[in-house]
Design a protein around this ligand. Structure first.
Ligand SMILES: [Zn+2]
Length: 173
């Protein structure tokens, strides 16, 4: 039998993230204490789940009530806020026939706008993922959803405009 808490939880969950139910590579996995240990939650398996690091970081030491709210807000389509979740969300949107034409168009416009802005910045382009993320976010004065922002960054990478390794960003604009 697996012996570390993470191994045991992963085994019990069939290798899937507790929240998004996607295959969870061990490098991306972490142990989430449902009732936060900082609030006196126990270390026993009954209080712990294995999940994507990203959602663990998001939930942090929220109260159980707040965590419930985060999960319920996803209305049964829980996506951990990591690259995998975003990619899946994008695929889901792309495969939904209803409002595909308009959203596809405005997405392309948004994407070209971001690319053009980054190209304009010349040598003062953001060099880390963090500054790139905040730079892109600043292009949306009305605000942008975190998932949408992550999708844009991923789109930049997918289009080969940006490559990110070890949080260092380089450009091919
Ligand atoms: Zn997950």
């Amino acid at each position: 039998m697996p012996t570390t808490p993470l191994d045991r939880l992963m085994f019990a969950q069939g290798g899937l993230c507790f929240f998004c139910k996607q295959p969870l590579p061990k490098a991306e996995a972490s142990v989430e204490h449902l009732f936060a240990s900082s609030n006196g939650g126990s270390n026993k398996d009954e209080n712990c789940v294995a999940c994507c690091k990203s959602v663990n970081a998001l939930l942090g030491s929220m109260s159980l009530k707040e965590k419930f709210q985060v999960v319920l807000n996803q209305k049964g389509q829980f996506k951990c806020p990591n690259a995998g979740g975003v990619a899946r969300a994008t695929q889901l949107r792309a495969s939904s026939p209803s409002k595909a034409p308009t959203s596809a168009k405005s997405k392309t416009d948004t994407f070209s706008m971001v690319v053009a802005n980054l190209a304009q910045r010349g040598s003062s382009r953001p060099r880390t993922l963090k500054t790139l993320t905040s730079t892109v976010a600043s292009l949306f004065p009305k605000g942008i959803a975190e998932a949408e922002l992550a999708a844009l960054i991923q789109q930049l990478q997918a289009a080969g405009k940006v490559s990110i390794s070890e949080n260092k960003v380089s450009y091919a604009l």
